[in-house]
Design a protein around this ligand. Structure first.
Ligand code: FO1
Length: 340
């Protein structure tokens, strides 16, 4: 396995190194927001970033005040550029909120907080789209403007896809950010759909990256809100299914609980088991390997019974070194599974 020469300090590789043979290895990550960004922050320290492609969920995208906001793309870009706010996980560190506060005082729609510096990102993206550039091209521009030559960050599609959430109480359907931010995901959900996904095409480069990948990592993101929209793009979902033996998913739940966000609740509300085994059953046709936390060791046999190889490790990413180690465990597990 090729290790990133920029890694300092102790080798984060777990014991029992497994090789893919001729290096360098190529990795694709399917990513949502904060959980994925944390994993990637470690992955780029552990693996040569030029060999990593990230396919990012755009079902959370929204147009606010005339600006195209792509929260998950920005979270990944800001985190990899070491510019994200460490506590919130989204937005920029050292942010000011003058425009948003002023908007609120004018009676405007200010529940989705846009920081002053963050607004420049959305203005730039909106200008590029208005000038006829695609979301992929706008993403290349913004990643490079943030100093990121690698990894390659791609939206899942350049077509409009919107994650829409039906509220259990009223039966009303709302946009993702209205559920997630305005309602603070504190309401029961009865259905989630990915409007537009059925006719969406993968963004340029997405299918090639998947086909060339030695390992495809499904990040520990919300399976319903962050990963399912990517898989709902038909050509991406079927490519992942075909490449199942190279796919490893990392559980976003530990002892049945999400470390951040509503993944456990929404799984339960939609009739899934809120546990690592429940998540493994959602991914069973897509991922041959499943990484779950040591604390969930009693669930490993149930994962195996699903026809999925369980791998136990520490999945709680306390820092970049822990995230690097988790990435390598997941990637090595694919190599071990394919060699078996
Ligand atoms: N999350 C919040 O909880 N409250 C916000 O006001 C908010 C604003 C925001 C602005 C830009 C951006 O890129 C992300 C923002 N997020 C906010 C995060 C975002 O709603 C979620 O992290 C993702 O969509 C879920 O992955």
């Amino acid at each position: 396995m090729t290790r990133n020469p920029r890694v300092q300090g102790p080798d984060p590789r777990p014991g029992g190194e497994v090789n893919f043979g001729t290096s360098p290895i190529r990795i694709v990550a399917l990513a949502g927001g904060v959980g994925a960004a944390r994993l990637l922050h470690g992955m780029v320290e552990a693996v040569d970033p030029s060999q990593i492609s990230v396919i990012v969920n755009t079902g959370d995208d929204t147009v606010l005040h005339g600006m195209h906001v792509s929260p998950d793309i920005d979270t990944v870009v800001y985190t990899l550029a070491a510019l994200s706010d460490p506590d919130r996980g989204w937005g920029l560190s050292g942010e000011t909120w003058t425009a948003n506060d002023r908007l609120r005082s004018l009676g405007g729609n200010a529940w989705f907080q846009l920081g002053d510096r963050d607004i420049a990102t959305h203005m730039m993206r909106t200008d590029l789209l208005a000038a006829g550039r695609t979301l992929s091209e706008a993403t290349v521009h913004l990643a490079s403007a943030h100093g990121l030559g690698a990894p390659r960050i791609m939206p899942m599609t350049d077509d409009p896809v919107q994650t829409r959430v039906t509220l259990a109480g009223s039966g009303d359907e709302v946009g993702f950010q209205e559920y997630f931010v305005k309602l603070a995901h504190d309401v029961a959900v009865s259905q989630v759909r990915y409007a537009g996904a059925e006719t969406a095409a993968p963004a340029p480069g997405v299918l090639d990256a998947l086909r060339l990948a030695d390992a495809i990592v499904i990040c520990p993101s919300n399976p319903i809100l962050s990963i399912a929209p990517i898989l709902a793009v038909p050509a991406i979902g079927s490519a992942i299914q075909e490449l199942r033996d190279r796919v490893v998913a990392i559980s976003p739940l530990v002892r049945g609980r999400a470390l951040k966000g509503p993944a456990d609740r929404i799984l339960r509300e939609l009739g899934f088991e809120a546990s690592a085994a429940g998540v493994a059953s959602i991914y069973r046709d897509l991922a041959a390997t499943f990484v779950l936390d040591n604390q969930d060791a009693p669930l490993a046999d149930r994962v195996r019974e699903l026809g999925v190889r369980p791998v136990l490790t520490d999945t709680i990413m306390t820092d970049a070194a822990a995230a690097a180690k988790l990435s390598l465990t997941a990637i090595d597990a694919v190599a071990a599974g394919r060699a078996a």
